[in-house]
Write a protein that binds this ligand. Sequence first.
Ligand code: BES
Ligand code: MN
Ligand code: MN
Length: 462
Amino acid sequence: MNATQNFIQENKDRFLSELVDLLKIPSVSADASYAEHVHKTAESVANHLTIIGLDNVEICKTAGYSVVYAEKIIDATLPTVLVYGHYDVQPADPIDLWTSPPFEPVIKTTAVHPEGAIFARGACDDKGQMFMHVKAMEAMLKTGELPCNVKFMIEGEEEIGSTNLAIFVENNVEKLKADIILISDTGMIANDVPAITTGLRGLSYVEVEVTGPNRDLHSGLYGGCVANPINILTKMIASMHDENNRIAIPGFYDKVVDLTDEERAEMAKAPFSLEKYCEALNLADISGEKGYSTMERGSIRPTLDVNGIWGGYTGEGAKTVIPSKAFAKISMRLVPDQDPHEITQLFTDHFNAIAPGSVRVKVVPHHGGEPVVTPTNSIAYQAASMAYETTFNKKPIPVRSGGSIPIVAMFEKILGLKTILMGFGLDSDAIHSPNEHYGLFNFYKGIETIPHFYKNFADLSK
Ligand code: BES
Ligand code: MN
Ligand code: MN
């Protein structure tokens, strides 16, 4: 692997400038007005995969944004790694809170990233992390040190639920045959505390609408006499957590798998400072389900959160009005063995049941995803663990993450494949937030670590 590592060192600056160019294309999948840019990003990714020397590069059309596919089959008897990543990004808003424009990448230093971080939407989630795989592959291909087969599948709809990718996977089971799925779209604990993500939460997402009177009303003439849908909606939402911050939807916890005391004790060994956590978020105190630590609340326990709420008058000054409607978007993060469809149904039934007769309610489900837990006793885990040990001089800690990558459960269901989550981001990298960034240390460490995974995985598979 020496030639590979030398190649990486010699080409560092070019790798970074190529990433900068990729980050300049605003591939926002959620907003149709960016469609042209999303398509251009797929072309750019395909171009990169061609230039580095992969074969059969294809921009596969779907009902939505394309899936970019490529492969290098060096020997059919060797194992195959299937790399997944996404080239789409979250919307950049609120734009005013960015200290530099989201699609004009710049390198700035931060307390956590003294050697610099690249600031741009998608820098960490997931263009920067996906691109590490492209560059690590380039290094292995150019030096003739790729030790096994590889397939790349980079999609453009992860941030909007991967619905079309699931269909693509179903229709291409043979093409996607592999031994393991490799993803960098998660994080580590700190730059000196590497971690391997061993679980992702699932997701159920609904939009609710509460309707009172058939039109907005004068709050003096009608106030006190008719139901105010905002008052009602906020009360309904407030009732969904009990005094211990447990979710009050009947049946919600029925299928939750509790961790054993040993597992919880193991989890508690990961370094965590409540003081630093609060300081980073400018919080006086934390909040969450009684009986669980912050780390547990954010990974092995399910949640219910309002993501947005609106209705009535929110413009300048005061308008005395009782609104006709109130709305909210609500997400529930799920853990094994909760089923997103079942949870959406439980929510809907409960929401209807607690609505007073003075209003009408509607629940519209959005995309969801199943939770996953990945094994720590597999060849892939061992290969990844050894790879981190080589480049960080430290054994990585297995950590269950609170985020979701819905396609991972589908990979297991449709392809029968396990996933290894080798993420290099940090929680402080502000993914989905203004000023998203990705450390140069992390970008380069990822590129250096990935080839070791391939080597270890090929060796251990023998
Ligand atoms: N890469 C993230 C998920 C993630 C981030 C997992 C950090 C673990 C650690 C992914 O792009 C994402 O944002 N997923 C969405 C789900 C999707 C259905 C919109 C999420 O978790 O909200
Ligand atoms: Mn992502
Ligand atoms: Mn994301």
